[in-house]
Design a protein around this ligand. Structure first.
Ligand code: ADP
Ligand code: MG
Length: 703
């Protein structure tokens, strides 16, 4: 080592490694952000190839997704005309057979690297073309001169085309890794408590880094990865916890300590059904919040039909029993109206005043509402945004509930909604579940309740995917349902401008469905209609005057038409998962068996297929949102602006939910024990946290 080496080995510039000249150093930095030995150490294998699981060509079946084979490559040759179809092909042979390999990119590099007849291991996704086995862009490991053949496990590092051309492919990176190998053990301070390691059988930090790059088994590599994921999640959660401690809002609200006559009377004599256990549990959580003199901020997640309205109503009764008013806000008039009817019915024998205020409320009625709100005689007000936009003054508003709002930002705004000295308690109900992992990660300061159970006797909706060749069959089925007096939704996706517009597609479908089902009335709603016309059409459908409702994706979320039993979604492959699930939730609201038919075109992407399969397999909104998050990643799932997550090096919040919640409780324990990390035994943790915090200044909101 030279005198240029600074105090910390890991801060050494990558150029000091053998075989890294200025050009490669520059590439490593610009392509994958590696500037120092420490950066290199933090560049983890993207996968491991288990050489003990090498197949023979003869053994490969259609079911195999990734395979590893050992053999030799022959007959490299170019095929296809110049242009995108141009490719490099080769034959790969082992003792049992042969298959074709093909490359569309990085051809020059592949040609340079492969020596015909040399023994290699290849790894990749097999495909079948006219019952012949092929593999595109396999990863290739040569056996000769491989520096890291210590175990049966080959780590594989990803690299860009540019890097590969400069010899910095997986093997090239392994070569660099080998140069820092001996400095790992003993060269990295521990940053997790010993008890955490013991409890989870995690290796120490240095051992984890060693094993992630030089594992003896897949299990060992996995455990090492989990330890490093845990570490990352732990510091992230500790940062959140400390932020919360610094600026936790302490809005004062009136404590509702009494469970009084209204609640008790309704609960004992007028409940139209027995509450599900989930409803009871959530209600208990709400009651505990309401009893405190600080503002409740609770998100109630419950799948479509899980019975959120009853929970909302019972919460309102608690407010009323304590001498306060309650307000319920819905995103559309039709939903506000629906809530008004339901809640008026619940309230029938309780002698309480319930009102509705929307854009449609007449001036005269409006005046009455304003004054009865002011003097407190109107106890429950239901409405649209008009509730907060209008010059509405409450006598003493104690609880606000927002329904079906899946714009996550709403919490912040609702929190600021104060019409008095005290803040009303606050509840948001959503049927678009945020996966637990995300809720935990992003809404640490928000309490979340989950109604994870449907009322008894619901028949799960049957979901089937059908291609166009089965359209006739589908129509026969629809006639059958119509003959039984049921109603049907037909939904068209928004499609690209360049193609036929969604409106046109829906209009055409409207005409052709009217022809196919002459005995029934077909209606059409779309986004370009006037709100009034749209609403009238929806109400006609609700009242059974229309049997088939064709629509673009504007069907209002939450509308209850129990007699509608079939949801047909055209070009279903173009919809996102949570949207499909929301649409499906329009049916299955009555006692009859309901169906969701996903019509698809010929060409479906891999993700598209996964979405459709998930829809067929489950009705569980939480499972669906987990898959959705996995397929789209947190950024897209929430919209990039909201995701605001730090760049995790190894943890993945879409997949590491279990580790995340463990890391969270450990972080909370540390926060309770030593919030400023001043205890001597936490010195290493403090040092690491300061680095971590600095690196995430932007996320921490101090950049
Ligand atoms: P969502 O959570 O989608 O808003 P709703 O509150 O509209 O669900 O409830 C859906 C339907 O289920 C309503 O008709 C409601 O009366 C009924 N319901 C709610 N809770 C129960 C229960 N515990 N047992 C039986 N039916 C229930
Ligand atoms: Mg609802």
């Amino acid at each position: 080592m030279t005198s240029q080496m600074l105090t910390n080995y890991w801060d050494t510039e990558i150029g000091w490694l053998k075989k890294v000249g200025p050009k490669r150093a520059e590439l490593l930095q610009s392509e994958i952000g590696i500037r120092t030995f420490g950066d290199l150490l933090n560049y983890f294998p993207s996968k491991y190839i288990d050489r003990s699981r090498i197949l023979k060509i003869k053994e490969v079946t259609q079911e195999d997704s990734y395979i590893t084979l050992k053999g030799k490559i022959f007959q490299l040759s170019m095929a296809g005309a110049k242009g995108p179809g141009r490719r490099l092909t080769a034959i790969f042979r082992d003792e049992t057979g042969a298959m074709e390999l093909v490359w569309f990119q990085g051809i020059k590099y592949v040609e340079e690297q492969i020596k015909e007849g040399e023994e290699v291991i290849i790894h990749g996704r097999p495909s079948w073309f006219q019952s012949r086995l092929q593999m595109a862009h396999p990863e290739i490991e040569t056996l000769q001169g491989n520096v890291l053949q210590t175990s049966g496990i080959l780590p594989f590092y990803s690299s860009t085309e540019k890097m590969k051309r400069a010899g910095l492919d997986s093997r090239g990176i392994k070569n660099l890794m080998a140069q820092i190998q001996e400095h790992i053990i003993g060269g990295l301070p521990e940053n997790l408590k010993h008890s955490i390691l013991l409890d989870r059988k995690f290796p120490g930090r240095d051992v984890a880094f060693y094993q992630i790059h030089f594992p003896e088994s897949i299990a060992q590599a996995t455990n090492a990865r989990n330890r490093l994921k845990f570490e990352e999640l732990f510091y992230f959660q500790f940062m959140l916890a400390s932020q919360k401690l610094l600026k936790k809002p302490t809005y004062k609200s009136a404590p509702f300590q009494k469970i009084g006559p209204l609640f008790n009377l309704f609960y004992a004599d007028h409940l139209p059904f027995t509450l599900t256990n989930a409803q009871k549990r959530v209600l208990k959580e709400i009651r505990a919040d309401l009893a405190r003199p600080v503002q409740m901020n609770r998100l109630i997640q419950g799948d479509v039909g899980s019975g959120k309205t009853m929970v909302a109503f019972l919460s309102m009764l608690i407010a009323l029993d304590n001498g306060f008013q309650a307000a319920l806000m819905a995103p559309t008039e039709i939903l506000a109206d629906q809530h008004f009817r339901t809640i008026s019915k619940f309230a029938l024998d309780l002698n309480i005043q319930v009102g509705i205020l929307t854009g449609k409320t007449t001036q005269k009625r409006r005046k009455e509402i304003y004054s009865s709100l002011m003097d407190g005689t109107l106890q429950i007000l239901i409405g649209t945004h008009a509730l907060i936009e209008d010059p509405v003054q409450f006598h003493n508003l104690g609880l606000t509930i927002i329904d079906e709002q899946h714009k996550f930002g709403v919490m912040q705004r609702a929190r600021l909604w104060s019409k008095g000295r005290l803040f009303p308690h606050n509840m948001v109900m959503t049927a678009t579940p945020i996966p637990r992992t995300l809720a935990l990660t992003l809404y640490g300061d928000l309490d979340v309740s989950v109604i994870d159970e449907l009322p008894p006797g619901r028949k799960p909706i049957k979901t089937r995917v059908a291609g166009n060749q089965r359209r006739l069959e589908v129509y026969h089925f629809l006639s059958d349902q119509l003959r039984q007096g049921r109603q049907i939704y037909f939904v068209y996706p928004l499609i690209a401008e360049s193609e036929k517009s969604d409106l046109k597609a829906a209009e055409e479908a409207f005409v052709s469905l009217a022809e196919s089902f002459p005995a029934h009335r077909v209606g059409l709603v779309h986004g370009k209609m006037k709100p009034d016309d749209k609403e009238r059409m929806m109400l006609d459908f609700k009242d059974g005057k229309i049997h088939i409702l064709v629509s673009t994706t504007v069907i209002e979320v939450g509308v209850d038409v129990p007699n509608a039993t079939v949801m047909v979604i055209e070009n279903a492959e173009r919809f996102g998962l949570s949207q499909l699930h929301q649409l499906r939730g329009r049916v299955g609201r009555g006692g009859s068996q309901s169906y969701c038919i996903l019509m698809v075109s010929e060409k479906i992407s891999r993700d598209g297929r996964e979405r459709l399969k998930t829809m067929e397999e489950t009705n569980d909104g939480f499972k669906i949102s987990e898959v959705d998050l996995k397929l789209r990643g947190p950024g897209d799932f929430l919209g990039t602006r909201q995701s605001g997550l730090p760049d995790f090096k190894i943890a993945n919040i879409a997949e590491d939910g279990a580790l995340l919640s463990e890391a969270r409780s450990e972080a909370e324990m540390l926060m309770a024990d030593d919030p400023n990390l001043i205890k001597p035994e936490n010195a290493d943790i403090k040092a690491h946290y300061q680095k971590y915090f600095e690196a995430n200044r932007k996320f921490a909101g101090i950049a």
